[in-house]
Design a binder for this molecule. Sequence first.
Ligand code: MTE
Length: 337
Amino acid sequence: MIFKVTPASACHESDVTPEAIYLSRRALMAGGVALAAGAALPAWGDAAQPSAYEGVEPGRAPAWFQAKLDDTRWQAVTASGESITPFKDATHYNNYYEFGTDKGDPAQNAGSLKTEPWSVVVDGEVGKPGRYNLEDFVKPYRLEERIYRLRCVEAWSMVIPWLGFPLASILSQVQPTSRARYVRFETLQDPATMPGQRSSFSYIQWPYEEGLRLDEAMHPLTLMAVGMYGRELPNQNGAPLRLIVPWKYGFKGIKSIVRISLVTEQPRTTWQGIAPQEYGFYANVNPQVDHPRWTQARERRLPSGLFSPNVRETQMFNGYAEEVAPLYAGLDLKVNY
Ligand code: MTE
C-alpha cells in the first residue's frame, strides 16, 4: 500500500534526521561515547525536551535488527509539536498483565521472557499460511520510525517513537483471501515465564487476544513495532513484536505476538470478553464517549505529578481523525465504542 501522508502527522523532506544526530544515535546503540558519558541525546526536532532519550540502554538486539537500523526511515510520522515521553516513563509505567497488574511489575518481571528465537504462526484465510521465523517475516521491509501518541483507556497518555513496519506490508506477503474480513492476534502463552498467567487471581482468559477489521489493519498508520527510542523493544513493552494502532485505546496494542489469523468473523478480544459494557471491539479514542466509570474527555500526559498534573483535552481518534475518520463513515460510534 502506498503511504499517503497528510498534514496532521506528515513527515516532510526537511524532517529527515540530521546526520550528526543520527550518528549520535548510532553511538548510543553501540553503547559508545554518548552513553558512556551519560549524555542525554536530543529527541529530534524537539529541543524543548532534551532528556527523552536519557537512560536508553543499548539492549541486546538480534543481528537482523541492528542491520536494519542503519537503513531506518527516521521520523516517517511525527506527533508535531509534542514532546516525546521520557524513556524511563515509557518503560516503567506499563500494562502487561502477563507480568503483573501494577504499573511497575512488567519492568520488574519481564526479564524472564525469552524473545529469541521467535516465530509467528500465520493462519486462517491466507494464501501463504505457516510458521514464520521473525527475522524472515520482516526481512523484506525497511524499518520506519513513527512518533505516535499513545492514549490508554485509563486516561493517561504518552508520545512514543516506535520502530517497526506497516502491518499492511506484512499482511500483503501472506496474501489474505477474498473471504478475510478481520485480523486476530494472540500473545505468547507461557506460564513458566509469565507469572500473571500462573496467578489464580487472574480474571483474564489467556492468551491475551486482540483484533482489527481488515481495513483497519491495512491502514497505513497501523504498525507492527519491533523497537522504540532507537533500539529494540524492551520486554515490558511487548518484545519482540507488538501491534500499534495510534487512533485506538492502548489495549488494542497487543504485545509479544505469536499468532496472526485472518478470519471471516469479528474475533473475541480480551477486554471485550471481560467487560463488554466498558470495552468495545473498536476502542477508538473518542472524547465524546465516556467510559462508564470515568470521563474520556481529558487525559493525563506522562510524566505527571501532584503539582504538575499535565492534563490535556483528548482529541478525536487521538489526533488522527484526518487520516482515519473515513474508515467509520456511517457507523454510530456511541454504539460501536
Ligand atoms: N498486551 C498484552 N499481551 N497484555 C497486556 O496486559 N496491555 C494493553 C496493551 N497490550 C496488554 C497488552 C494495555 S491495557 C495497554 S494501555 C498497552 O499495552 C500498554 O503498552 P505500554 O506498556 O507499552 O505502554
